[in-house]
Design a protein around this ligand. Sequence first.
Ligand code: URQ
Ligand code: ZN
Ligand code: ZN
Length: 479
Amino acid sequence: MALLVKGGTVVTADTTTRADVLVEDGVIIAVGEGLEAPVGAEVVDAGGCYVMPGGIDPHTHMQLPFMGTVASEDFESGTAAAMAGGTTTIIDFVIPNPKERLMDAYRTWRGWAEKATCDYGFHVAVTWWDDSVYEDMGTLVTEEGVNSFKHFMAYKNAIMADDEILYNSFSRCLELGAIPTCHAENGELVFQLQKKLLAAGITGPEAHPLSRPPEAEGEAANRAIRMAEVIGVPVYLVHVSAQQALDEITRARSAGSRVYGEVLAGHLMIDDSVYRNEDWYTAAAHVMSPPFRPKGNQEALWKGLQSGNLQTTATDHCCFCESQKSMGRDDFTKIPNGTGGVEDRMAVLWDQGVNTGRLTMNEFVAVTSANAAKIFNLYPRKGDVRVGADADLVVWDPKATRTISAKTHHQKVDFNIFEGMTCTGVPVHTLSQGKLTWTGGELRAEKGAGRYLKRPNFQPVFDAVSKVNAARVPTSVAR
Ligand code: URQ
Ligand code: ZN
Ligand code: ZN
């Protein structure tokens, strides 16, 4: 069935044009002024609104088993909430336990995600190493359309990847034309600081940021980047939260290294004062890693986006309710790490980015959709408004407002880190695969309608990059 989005202004990462958008069978079939609606077509009035590519959140953890519990948001509720906020694609994470075959974990997560209501992909974490990991990475790239592998440099004695794993996995990524991504915190340093704080009797959530100083992130960011530079592979750093990590990315990029950085909407707007809130749960609800940082880091991260040294925004949507966070009431290291935001990312970034002049509308589209599509090889199927692209669109009313609250959000969690924030500029219609899934305040998400997205590898880019880098690292000493 055809649907015509009429009267809007189409905003992509590159252009701003008065145009109608005609969609049919889940794809965009025409973009232009004065399009007529075919007989029987549904018409969406986009007058006074912007029509943008649906948001892509490259970092979510729906129903993640973690720290002795399972994240409260599942693939059905989390993808529905995403679309209520204008996001139409998520890239989630398969996180094998050490010694668990990657392919087994992948099949488990694929089963969980079958109930997703919007399209989704998976990064796969490398949490251990042996020949089977090497083999499964190959299968995932060549047969399952996985082109990105995650490495947690934090979480010692759990899923932490040490330097040996990083070296083996980054090297395998280069062979396969896949991109390594990293949670960059020095896990050993964090582990030792956690022990020291507990030994000193500091057990509350205020200890969380003290155990994860910016230096722990800056060191790991540099280590991941240097490792990638020597091996000759690009690298993507997730949830960059501190100036110190951004500085490492900026150095590497200005030296021509292919390094990408992601920033969370929360880290752009929230500082570490939340951990000193006298209400235990309010402080614990903000326990995530890397932690919210001291004032000053937020503006530095905005400058990272404005300068192009950070390319994508995400949420790291990983929700735990009060009963779950309370597992750490007597020991902050047992508070499940994670916060939400998949429904709020686009609106808070528009309000604090576009309305303040930090970002143009085109840059907004780049950092909320197009750049993630390009980096993870979904572009232009996703991340653009053009004929042939998927009909994943958001109709954005720049004058409408929404006050964010856990009382009204669609996320399955009893806390919202953006509680009370009033945003000017909100999605009034969201289309996924050409169907209205969010319209007039009504959520029409359909369980299981989401499709798994295969993401081809980057062989051509890697062939070029690896030739350049191979020339830089001698593999034999001239006699
Ligand atoms: O580290 C992550 O990205 C996962 C485990 C979510 N939790 C978090 O605190 N960021
Ligand atoms: Zn992480
Ligand atoms: Zn994460």
